[in-house]
Design a protein around this ligand. Structure first.
Ligand code: URA
Length: 426
């Protein structure tokens, strides 16, 4: 017989929780038997004392067990999923999902909406006229068999314990704990039922994890949880100090993703899409398939068009365009030394691309286009960035967010690698 107070005391005193204690407390919290204030005390004890790899894997499994698990048993291809910890201009899911599907795997991408300065995949796709995010479990399976690619809304039945706990952590100062973050992310991913999972752990100013050691710690925790729960899992740690590509904001990002699928996209997005595709194909047992020609010869684009059309969208329809487009001009001649991902993310958000509260609507045409990236030369008076919005009154606040977010100088700029490290379980 367990009680919440016993479990809290165990963790408060630095003990490892038993599997039974974890299963009980997560289940009892989901059912409302353990009160919010008790779970808040336990979350704080975990925040201060930590959890080991076995405890974290069990905590995650208990959160998965709190709800439904998508049954992908009838899918006839190897299933492999990707999750990014969130970045600025990170539209990689859009070209990656159809690419990996065109290579022979099934990719169920159950995604969310954005909150704060990073955008959500569903918000991006909803800028396509007619596209529908809500699919039933049967529709997901059918589309995985026919096309191999689905991007849709995660149903509320997946990992309900996490939804409750995340909201509680948000108001009790217990978000920034690696075991709690890792178990939160992985509970939702494991509930999607894929056989393999690749994590893109972002590192830098525009990411949740600002430094490499923090990102590496999170990546190891995520891979440990996946592997500990029988899912082939690996992680790439990738740079998020500069926005990915040149477009930040929903419709702007969809347009750029289509350029990648047509072989004309920015080099960084294409490189990361291919690196993640190779990682996913390796885990799915399809390492002999080279994704590069599949992207270059239009097969991935064709899969994109089928995936969008299957969910009611018109892949050829014009995307929303902002009525107000304002440039940010270079104040001097030189080489762009730095373009801060966080500053650009906040500017796009203020222009209307993101939401401040969950229930807010986003402006699909709003965002920022980065006309110049670090290492490129500019002349005084040349546009560096373009601010897109339907609400001109938001432009001053966006300009304010960008103040100090870029720097022009005379030094040549060394751009570092995009993929900083790979984490796989030995
Ligand atoms: N994303 C999640 O899903 N959970 C966290 O705890 C943090 C980021």
């Amino acid at each position: 017989m367990h009680t919440a107070v016993d479990v809290i005391r165990s963790k408060r005193d630095g003990q490892e929780l038993t599997g039974e204690q974890i299963d009980w407390v997560i289940d009892a919290y989901t059912r409302g038997e353990v009160a919010d204030e008790q779970m808040a005390a336990l979350a704080m004890a975990v925040f201060l004392r930590g959890m080991g790899p076995a405890e974290t894997a069990r905590w995650t499994a208990a959160m998965v067990a709190s709800g439904e698990v998508l049954d992908l048993g009838a899918v006839r291809r190897p299933t492999v999923d990707k999750h990014s910890t969130g970045g600025v201009g990170d539209k990689i899911t859009l070209p990656l999902t159809p690419l990996v599907a065109a290579c022979g795997a099934a990719v169920p991408q159950l995604s969310g909406r954005g909150l704060g300065h990073t955008g959500g995949t569903l918000d991006k796709l909803e800028s396509i006229p007619g596209w529908r995010a809500q699919l039933s479990a049967e529709e997901i399976q059918r589309q995985l068999n026919s096309i191999g690619a689905v991007v849709c809304a995660a149903t509320t039945g997946l990992a309900p314990a996490d939804r409750k706990l995340y909201a509680l952590r948000d108001v009790t100062g217990t978000v920034e704990s690696v075991p709690l973050i890792a178990s939160s992310i992985m509970s939702k991913k494991l509930a999607e039922g894929a056989q393999s999972l690749v994590l893109d752990v972002k590192c830098g100013s525009g990411a949740f994890m600002k430094t490499f050691p923090q990102a590496r710690e999170l990546a190891e925790a995520l891979v440990g949880i996946g592997t500990g729960n029988g899912v082939r899992t690996s992680a790439l740690i990738t740079d998020m100090s500069v926005p990915l590509g040149r477009a930040v904001g929903n419709a702007l990002e969809v347009r750029e993703a289509v350029e990648v699928l047509r072989g004309r996209g920015p080099a960084d997005i294409t490189e990361l899409t291919l690196a993640l595709a190779r990682e996913m194909l390796a885990l799915a047992g399809l390492s002999e398939v080279d994704p590069e020609p599949v992207l270059a010869d239009g097969r991935a684009y064709e899969t994109w068009c089928r995936m969008i059309a299957a969910q009611g969208g018109d892949p050829e329809a014009p995307l929303p365009q902002a009525t107000c487009v304002e440039p940010v001009l270079a104040e001097e001649d030189g080489v762009l030394q730095r373009l801060d991902a966080y500053a650009v993310g906040v500017a796009a958000w203020r222009l209307g691309a993101g939401r401040a509260r969950k229930e807010d609507a986003v402006d699909h045409s709003a965002g920022v286009r980065c006309l110049v990236k670090p290492g490129e030369r500019v002349s005084r008076g040349q546009p560096l960035l373009e601010l897109h919005t339907d609400r001109p009154e938001t432009v001053p606040a966006a300009r304010e967010a960008l103040a100090g977010g870029y720097e022009i100088g005379e030094q040549a700029v060394e751009t570092g690698p995009l993929v900083l490290d790979r984490v796989r379980k030995a």
